[in-house]
Ligand binder design. Structure first.
Ligand SMILES: Cc1cc2nc3c(=O)[nH]c(=O)nc-3n(C[C@H](O)[C@H](O)[C@H](O)COP(=O)(O)OP(=O)(O)OC[C@H]3O[C@@H](n4cnc5c(N)ncnc54)[C@H](O)[C@@H]3O)c2cc1C
Length: 382
């Protein structure tokens, strides 16, 4: 058992770290404040190959693996989570369903642009009336000749309304099974399809430089060939995508937690109180030591989940543990980092203010903490 990174992994980590510090950090505060999408940063991430990291070269990918994606997410989130979630959603929720379940034609049509970062794809599972209980999907798709006719709406969909969004994969009820349960399938809906409307961006608490919209489908027609994988496999498909996605979100949460440590050390060495830097006080040192311990153990949890996944072993429980633990740690560290910054921690110009606002969603998105506990308990036979 060896969790030390290979030379190649270290090289990837340091190049993303440098990119985050030199390219993302100087511009992200303004995007966050103005709620604008960082197109130029995304373009450069595309040039670096980040959108193609876990995909085979034959499809235009970088030939890396899911762990490489996680390392990149951690380093980006160490500086900013809006940029990190843009990459996470584009790769793990957007391109991955097409890569895993798409036909050769669908892969040839979409993957080159998605894997180069020239275009983004979104994943539409959550609806206004149902999130955790994704089986409660109400959106319907009916086959009419050689077209699917889709009606319904999706809520909180990341990357769904940017100028470079190419498509959203939508889960929809396509029939009833013999046992009376819903038959769910996944369908590709290209941006700009008549009947597909993207609402104005939500006003969010955090992730302000990331793109999130409600989507509606009103007699929206797409070719029958836009079915992703087999009809009726929608439930199994999104479970697989979400299991993997939890490892990626855990990595992102670890990045945020580590960013809180970085910023706290820097500030504690500079800020003076009672005649000396606050970092000289053991109360502050202990807070930072606890924050480092939490970031480190959360990192080990996602490394373990990713290693199992890449070895082809069951990883559902470990992914849920990693996501649950890392998101809890991210919220804890953001709270403590803000405390260490005193009043300045409450000012938006300091990165820790962003970390605080961006941390809470990690306990909600891609399965709430309660859902992670349900998954772990179920896997323990309860
Ligand atoms: C910024 C943002 C981006 C997002 N991006 C996407 C995206 O790209 N694609 C997408 O499909 N979705 C996306 N989501 C949706 C996200 O995954 C859901 O919000 C999340 O899964 C929770 O669903 P919900 O909001 O409907 O909450 P609910 O499911 O209504 O849950 C409300 C509360 O009840 C609890 N709860 C529910 N059931 C149980 C139970 N059985 N036992 C105990 N407690 C329970 C939950 O844990 C939670 O605390 C995004 C959300 C946000 C905010």
């Amino acid at each position: 058992m060896d969790f030390r990174l290979s030379e190649e992994q270290e090289a990837l980590r340091s190049s993303v770290r440098e990119f985050a510090r030199e390219v993302v950090a100087p511009v992200i505060g303004e995007h966050y404040e103005k709620h604008t999408f960082p197109y130029e940063v995304v373009r450069q991430m595309g040039k670096m190959g980040l959108f193609g990291l876990p995909f085979a070269e034959e499809h235009g990918g970088m030939g890396g693996d899911y762990f490489a994606l996680c390392l990149a997410l951690e380093e980006l989130a160490r500086v900013d989570s809006s940029v990190a979630i843009t990459l996470e959603a584009a790769v793990s929720l957007g391109a991955m369903p097409i890569y895993r379940f798409g036909t050769d034609e669908q892969k040839a049509q979409w993957l080159p642009r998605l894997l180069s970062g020239e275009a983004l794809a979104a994943f539409g599972l959550t609806e206004p009336g149902t999130g955790s209980d994704a089986g409660g999907t109400q959106t319907r798709a009916v086959l009419d000749g050689d077209e699917w006719v889709i009606n319904g709406s999706k809520a909180f969909i990341t990357n769904s309304g940017t100028d470079i969004t190419a498509l959203v994969t939508v889960t929809a009820v396509t029939g009833t099974r013999p046992d009376g349960s819903k038959e769910l399938s996944t369908i590709i809906v290209p941006s700009g399809t008549p009947g597909f409307t993207v609402a104005p961006a939500y006003s969010k608490v955090g992730w302000n430089a990331s793109d999130t919209h409600e989507l509606t489908f009103d007699d929206c027609r797409v070719p029958a060939a836009n079915l992703l994988g087999e009809r009726g496999r929608g439930f199994a498909q999104f479970l697989r995508i979400l299991d993997e996605g939890r490892i990626a979100i855990a990595a992102l949460a670890v990045g945020l937690a580590q960013g809180c440590v970085d910023e706290s050390i820097k500030y504690a060495k500079e800020r003076q109180a009672f005649g000396q830097p606050i970092g000289n006080y053991q109360a502050i040192q202990f807070k930072i030591a606890d924050m480092e311990m939490k970031a480190h153990t959360a990192r080990l949890a996602y490394y373990d989940a990713a290693a199992r996944m890449l070895d082809g072993e069951p990883f559902k429980r470990q992914a849920a543990i990693a996501k649950l633990h890392a998101s809890t740690v991210a919220v804890d560290n953001a709270r403590e980092a803000t405390q260490i910054h005193g009043g300045y921690g409450f000012m938006n110009e300091y990165p820790v203010a962003r970390f605080w606002r961006d941390s809470k969603i990690l306990e909600i998105g891609e399965g709430t903490s309660e859902v992670q506990r349900m998954i772990i308990a179920r896997d323990l036979g309860m």
